[in-house]
Ligand binder design. Structure first.
Ligand code: PLP
Ligand code: COI
Length: 342
């Protein structure tokens, strides 16, 4: 297979056009069979609920070329299940798990030449999207939904790659409300986070670390990723919160941390605990594992990465996870699934 002519090792996390996306629409339980399209745009009804009332959600997962040439997707059924939860929470008709897997497989196969070659550090990012495409003016669920899967080859989310990033604790703006929709992947959560993120960036930080919106004492997550700390006592600790996205990467690291001899713990994490960690990290599909170099909290700052170097636990977790994804070590958990050419 001749690959697309791209500068694979230097790809950013941006939209790089591919040959095809796939689209489905359905109403009243009747769906289309899925149409591969090379059109990069989409005609949308001007009164679609996705445009007016935020009836929209998405997913993000990655496809890799392994050492032996296999093209694999990481934990696809977890993303399929989370998309169902997101759809249900905002009253959209959910995409069945089998349809999700079928759509991803078809669109990846149609774009195989865009799967970055093994060893380049890049991957094919898969972005499934559902929105209310039916027209309403009153606030109520649409009677028609559109499901699209697009793919784009990407490099690291944070442009420095596997290098420490600098977070600032946000205690003025909230990303998500308790009992709200922070635990699902709806676009409005990202819109809500933009002003804090833009302010953090303009003040020289990489991203925001949010506190829980109710008590402003416990760590929630970062804008695009979950958060974890490694305590001096060897605990991998990650926040339990009803307003954060249950990260599939974090769930995987939780397992790997246990296997590495760390003690995994999911519980409320008080913000003062950051001063006792030996390492900290952000994790997610796009962010993979990004070591946290420092966290600024008001007038105080804790520095984890001296000399801009990732710590040994973040490095080991990163290597374990990416070695499984790339087939460098055996996947004993059944996390990767091959997408065979049709
Ligand atoms: N938290 C937020 C807000 C995210 O957008 C993401 C990305 O999907 C994550 C966490 C990480 O989740 P996952 O590891 O499933 O990609
Ligand atoms: C992902 O990691 O897949 C995400 O959706 C995060 C997004 C902000 C790029």
């Amino acid at each position: 297979m001749t690959k697309a002519n791209l500068d694979w090792p230097n790809l950013d996390f941006g939209y790089h056009e591919t040959d095809f996306n796939i689209r489905y629409t359905w109403s009243n339980g009747q769906g289309s069979s899925g149409e591969l399209s090379s059109d990069q745009s989409l005609p949308v009804h001007i009164a679609a609920t996705g445009l007016h009332y935020g009836q929209q959600c998405f997913e993000g997962l990655k496809v890799f070329e392994q050492k032996n040439g296999d093209v694999v997707v990481f934990r696809i059924e977890e993303n399929a299940k989370r998309l169902i939860k997101s759809c249900e929470k905002i009253h959209m008709a959910p995409v069945p798990e089998e349809l999700f897997v079928e759509a991803v497989s078809k669109v990846v196969n149609a774009n195989r030449k865009f799967v970055p070659p093994y060893g380049t550090g890049a991957s094919l990012y898969v972005r499934p999207l559902v929105f209310g495409s039916g027209a309403q003016v009153g606030v109520k669920p649409a009677d028609e939904y559109t499901f699209i899967v697009l793919v784009t080859p990407v490099g690291p989310y944070f442009k420095t790659g596997f290098k420490p990033v600098h977070l600032v604790v946000e205690d003025e703006y909230d990303r998500a409300a308790p009992c709200g929709v922070g635990d699902v992947k709806v676009g409005g959560n990202y819109a809500a986070g933009m002003r804090a993120s833009m302010r953090a960036k303009s003040n020289g930080f990489t991203e925001v670390l949010y506190l829980d919106a109710k008590e402003k004492q416990y760590i929630d997550e970062s804008g695009p990723a979950n958060f974890f700390g490694i305590t001096e006592g060897g605990v991998y600790v990650t926040p339990q919160s009803e307003s954060i996205l249950p990260s599939i990467t974090n769930k995987s690291l939780f397992t790997l941390a246990g296997e590495m001899g760390l003690k995994p713990e999911r519980r409320q994490v008080h913000i003062e605990e950051i001063f006792g960690f030996q390492e900290a990290g952000c994790c997610g599909t796009a962010a993979v594992i990004t070591p946290v170099g420092s966290i600024t909290f008001g007038e105080r700052k804790v520095v984890y990465a001296k000399d801009d170097k990732p710590g040994k636990y973040c490095t080991e977790l990163y290597n374990q996870l990416t070695d499984i994804q790339l087939g460098n070590i055996r996947d004993t958990h059944g996390w990767v699934k091959a997408i065979r050419p049709e």
